[in-house]
Ligand binder design. Structure first.
Ligand SMILES: NC(=O)c1ccc[n+]([C@@H]2O[C@H](COP(=O)([O-])OP(=O)(O)OC[C@H]3O[C@@H](n4cnc5c(N)ncnc54)[C@H](OP(=O)(O)O)[C@@H]3O)[C@@H](O)[C@H]2O)c1
Length: 252
């Protein structure tokens, strides 16, 4: 299947490592030029050089904290200028599990909750708000929001909350932007193997996955790459769980 991605341009936030970097690589492998962003310059520049060498595509590193409006506006302006336009936005920048480690009410720290929401929910809204007029002017676009399967689980209330926020903004943006040619979707990865995953953690987490192991970042990236393509037009506003299956639960 030709994903019809060759020649398109994308922004992937949080593209210096982990899932975002692998998504950027997968898009570039399909012929997409990509702007990747993160807060820390060194690893971001290294990632851009690595991905460019591996794929032959233009990979532009742009330092930006998605928790700050001015940074996000500069990110989007720079990406449009450097790539000659942007067609695809992958909202990924956030720390896995978030900042708040709270499992009990007494452990909730307001500042941690607000910063988790600021980065993962308001941050995703900021990038979409900054880019939407450009996408609307072209009449086509894709926005893919990376959530997480904590949305379906108790035990880490703030982790659940921020992913519920991702689902909420995804559906709202899909209804607003869908008639203008822009599909907005979310994916909810389960525990995902990245370069930072230890074998011990992979083994423990994999025991509660239907396929018998945790998914790899590459397997997340394949789904995101499809959603970024014109071929995904029939999916809009919905969230796809991509954790290899959760035994014993049925989601409608
Ligand atoms: N890994 C998992 O098992 C898993 C499971 C479910 C969902 N997810 C979701 O998948 C996404 C990526 O996770 P990951 O495991 O790949 O994380 P990761 O390895 O920690 O990478 C996170 C990336 O985001 C950047 N980042 C973090 N906060 C940022 C901010 N405020 N502004 C701009 N960039 C920021 C980081 O660079 P800097 O630190 O330099 O900014 C880095 O490039 C997250 O949304 C996470 O919640 C992950």
């Amino acid at each position: 299947m030709d994903l019809e991605l060759a020649g398109k341009r994308a922004i992937v936030t949080g593209g210096s490592r982990g899932i975002g970097k692998v998504i950027a690589r997968a898009l570039a492998a399909e012929g997409v030029d990509v702007a990747i962003s993160a807060r820390t310059e060194g690893p971001l520049r290294d990632a851009a050089a690595e991905l460019s060498n591996a794929t032959g595509r233009k990979i532009v590193p742009i330092v930006a904290n998605t928790g700050k409006e001015a940074d996000v506006n500069r990110l989007v302006e720079t990406a449009i200028r450097e790539l000659g336009g942007v067609d695809i936005l992958v909202n990924n920048a956030a720390l896995p599990g978030g900042i708040s480690p709270a499992t009990k009410l007494e452990q909730i720290v307001d500042e941690q909750v607000l910063e988790d929401i600021n980065i993962k929910v308001v941050g995703y809204l900021r990038t979409a708000r900054a880019l939407a007029p450009h996408l609307i002017s072209k009449g086509w676009g894709r926005i893919i929001n990376i959530g997480g399967l904590a949305i379906h689980r108790t035990g880490r209330p703030v982790a659940t909350l921020r992913n519920v926020g991702v689902a909420a903004i995804t559906k709202n943006l899909a209804d607003e932007l869908g008639p203008k040619g822009i599909n907005v979707t979310a994916v909810h990865p389960g525990a995902t193997r990245t370069e930072r995953t230890t074998e011990q953690a992979a083994k423990e987490l994999g025991a509660s996955v239907s396929i018998g192991r945790i998914v790899d970042a590459q397997e997340v990236a394949w789904v995101v790459t499809f959603l970024a393509s014109p071929k995904s037009v029939s999916i809009n506003g919905d969230a796809i769980p991509i954790g290899g299956g959760s035994p014993g639960t049925i989601h409608y």
